[in-house]
Structures are given as C-alpha cells and as structure tokens.
Design a protein around this ligand. Structure first.
Ligand code: SAH
Length: 251
C-alpha cells in the first residue's frame, strides 16, 4: 500500500437538530462506513447505531457549557486518527458550520495536510423553530433572519452588537441563549427593541420532549427562568412567532 492510499480523511458531518430522521442520506452513509466517529453531545444517540460493529466511537461533547474535551484536544484527535489512515466522521449537532466550530476544525485539518470534507446538516436554527410552527421568514412578517450566538465570549472578535441588532427588524434566532437571555434581552430592549415583540423559546426541539415558552420580548427571559428552561433551546424574536398560534406543532 502506498503512503498516499493510506491517507485518512475527515468528514465534518451535520447530524441534524435532534430527530435521528433528520440527518442527510450522505451523512448516514458516511456513518455506516466510518472507522472512527467523533461526536458531540447534541446529536441523536440513535444515529450511532449506524456505525460498523468495529468502529471506534468517541464522545467529545460539551455538557452544560462544560467541555468534556477541549478544542485543541479534539483537533489533535481528528488529525491523529486521520494520519493513521482512517476514515473519520466528525459528527456535529445541526450543521457543522453554524456555531459548531466546524470551520476551525476544517482550518486546522487543512493546515495539517489532511483531506477534509463537509456534509452540511439541517440546522437547529431553522428546523427547531420550524417544527414548533415558526417559519423564520414569511412574506408578510420577516424578510430577514439573523442568527446570533447568545453565549458571552471572552474573545472580542465574537462580540455581538446587540444595539445594532435591535434596529435590524426581521427575525432574530438566538442559539446558546439561555444562560445569557436576561442580559441579552435587556440590551435589545435598552437599544429600542419594541417590548411587545413576540418571542418564543423552543427547548429540546425536534425531540419527543420538545417544549415551547411564549412571551413578549419584555417578559420572555423571566418566563423562561420560572419555567426552568434549560439548554439546548432556541430563542426566536420577531413577528413570525405569531404564526405558531395558527400552525401549532409541526413535528
Ligand atoms: N451547529 C448547531 C448549533 C450548535 S450551537 C446547529 O446547526 O444546530 C448549540 C445550540 O444549538 C444550542 O445551545 C441550542 O441553542 C441549539 N440547539 C441545538 N439542538 C437543539 C435542539 N434539539 N433544540 C433546541 N435547540 C437546539
């Protein structure tokens, strides 16, 4: 075997938003062929039953903001398995390139000279609201949708300009937004967001445990605190939220 043919590769695969049926056909086929599967915690565990019986399955997920494994460790792990000549599937929740650090992993692997591919996934940012009866855009209510991280980061580059967002209009979809919701909503309201703007939080969307809390922008954070809403959850702010009254549960 030439060294070239022994070269492994990494597939960054989107697992979809929580329902195992919502992975792509290509993603499922890769799970069936992978020598190594390195996955996050926000994936439907049922998906792992597609793995070959001798596949190595490694959980590097984060739980409640706590990293089971640091990013540098994950990068090094992906690279070393690929360098052993293995077909590696890096299975990530939703879509790998939306707030999933997939971009960073791809950059790292490219620099290491490893072949890397991306298999996009059904992102929770669109699918979770959808299954709760909230289309993120709608001809009569919103012509834009902005995807925002609600997670405060020490990294300046990732800072979110909440003041500017308050005047964009359209729909705001906030991921990783539970622990910082009180602060983020306050910033939006202080910057002029209409306090009557409809909002909804969808917890564990696309699963049997899906739960929704509705409220106006001025009260949604408090309602979620009372209802003890926990991650993972998607916060949607905008008029499109009203459509869920008509559309209801679309799972
Ligand atoms: N790459 C992922 C997002 C990763 S960030 C994607 O495209 O979906 C993790 C955030 O995604 C969570 O904090 C939550 O806001 C959201 N999320 C993921 N799965 C979810 C689910 N089943 N229900 C609600 N929110 C979910």
């Amino acid at each position: 075997m030439t060294p070239r043919s022994r070269k492994g590769e990494v597939y960054l695969v989107g697992a979809g938003p929580g329902d195992p049926g919502l992975i792509t056909v290509k993603g499922k086929e890769l799970l069936e062929k992978a020598d190594v599967i390195i996955h996050d915690s926000l994936i439907a565990v049922e998906l792992l039953s597609n793995a070959k019986s001798d596949a190595e399955v490694i959980d590097v997920g984060k739980r409640g903001g706590k990293h089971l494994a640091e990013q540098d460790y994950i990068n090094a792990l992906l690279a070393s398995k690929a360098k052993e000549g293995k077909k590696v599937v890096r299975l990530k929740g939703g879509d790998p390139f939306l707030f999933g650090r997939g971009g960073e992993e791809a950059e790292f692997l490219r620099k290491e000279g490893i072949r890397v591919h991306v298999v996009p996934g059904v992102t929770s940012a669109i699918a979770v609201p959808a299954l709760a009866g909230i289309p993120v855009t709608h001809r009569h209510f919103a012509s834009t949708a902005t995807f925002i991280t609600g997670h405060e980061s020490a990294d300046k580059e990732e800072d979110v300009d909440w003041e500017a967002l308050a005047s964009v209009g359209g729909t705001m979809v906030i991921l990783m937004g539970i622990s910082g919701m009180e602060r983020n909503m306050r910033r939006l309201l202080d910057a002029g967001l209409d306090p009557l703007t409809p909002a909804a939080v969808v917890e564990r969307g696309a699963t049997a445990d899906q739960r929704i809390v509705f409220g106006m922008a001025s009260e949604i954070a408090e309602k979620c605190r009372k209802e003890k809403v926990k991650a993972p959850a998607v916060l949607v702010v905008g008029k499109v939220v009203l459509l869920s009254e008509e559309l209801g549960d679309l799972r």
